[in-house]
Design a protein around this ligand. Structure first.
Ligand SMILES: C[S@@+](CC[C@H](N)C(=O)[O-])C[C@H]1O[C@@H](n2cnc3c(N)ncnc32)[C@H](O)[C@@H]1O
Length: 303
């Protein structure tokens, strides 16, 4: 199983052993409609893969990784780390930077990271270098997140980790797969995705922002009740056209519930199957006696 090189928030990597066996085996075109870190599409066998997300930076970054020579990408990454004097613990160890694993590398990297972020935010040539620089910023940023303010500036602070061996291995495996897959990247609101080109042999996987949980992509009205309803209509259309699909979501989480989704499922009992997933298996922070704090993670399929 290959893990996204972005450690993407809300990524489904840990749930893959439960999700993938629920997908059909024979897929011509696999659409990862809210692809995020691509954890799902990258691990699905299909003749063609379409990765879609509204975050255009992600899609340009994936295109850069696909189209650039892998050695050139790694050389550029190490060149950027060297240029800004960022830490490289895999080569020099923590002592060299006066840091340790538990408190991390934030103190050492802070100024260097801010200089890199400033250069990125003033860079207007959105070329391969720019997107490779974006990748390095994500690696060195707080919790490896991606967040731009309303002026289009990357605005996360420095994080605790750096480009270690595990990150490099994930990146190399990921690039090898997207280069071998017949992979295509598109940047559309899900509602504008043209389903008329899909057939019964294709498959659409949807992992939208969850209405009742929080992530950076939920901010700035990134997801709301209207979008949730629009998505459920979209799924009804797919079902009408006999296009197989699956939706990841939570029905309840941390004492909240999603009434829109629950009512829709109630109304459409005969059309959709709800597969309960074992979230405790996927989340190591799950050891809580507090049932209210738990998430009811599900996969909803129309087959
Ligand atoms: C839960 S994440 C997907 C995680 C992904 N499945 C993974 O495993 O890495 C949801 C994604 O939906 C994207 N998104 C938000 N609104 C969208 C919309 N209207 N259309 C398409 N994508 C959207 C966000 O940018 C985010 O990357």
């Amino acid at each position: 199983m290959i893990q996204s090189p972005l450690n993407y928030t809300g990524g489904k990597y840990k749930l893959l052993p439960q999700i993938l066996p629920l997908f059909p085996a024979d897929i011509e075109t696999f659409v990862d409609l809210f692809c995020g870190g691509c954890n799902v599409g990258i691990n699905v066998k299909a003749q063609k893969h379409i990765y879609n997300d509204t975050n255009r930076y992600l899609l340009y970054l994936y295109n850069t990784l696909k189209n650039n020579d892998i050695d050139v990408t790694l050389e550029t990454i190490y060149g950027i780390i060297d240029k800004y004097g960022l830490s490289l613990v895999s080569k020099y160890g923590y002592d060299y930077y006066g840091c340790d694993s538990s408190s991390g590398l934030g103190n050492y990297n802070k100024d260097k990271f801010l200089k890199m972020r400033d250069d990125f935010n003033h860079n207007t040539a959105e070329d391969y270098y720019y997107y490779t620089l974006l990748y390095v910023m994500i690696v060195y940023s707080f919790n490896n997140q991606i967040r731009f303010n309303s002026n289009g500036e990357f605005n996360l602070p420095v994080g605790k980790r750096d480009f270690n061996n595990s990150m490099e291995n994930k990146l190399v495996s990921f690039i090898n797969v997207i280069k071998t897959q017949d992979s295509h990247f598109s940047c559309l609101d899900f509602a504008d995705f043209d389903i008329s080109l899909l057939t019964e042999k294709d498959f659409v996987y949807m992992d939208p922002p969850y209405l009742i949980t929080c992530a950076t992509y939920n901010e700035q009205d990134g997801w709301n009740a209207d979008k949730e309803r629009q998505l459920l209509d979209f799924i009804d259309h797919l079902t009408e056209f006999k296009i197989r699909c699956a939706l990841s979501n939570v029905l309840r989480s941390k004492g909240k519930e999603n009434p829109i989704l629950i009512e829709w499922l109630e109304r459409n009992k005969s059309k959709y199957v709800v597969h309960q997933l074992d979230y405790s298996y996927a989340n190591s922070n799950y050891h809580t006696k507090d049932k209210i704090g738990r998430s009811e993670e599900v996969l909803i399929t129309n087959y």
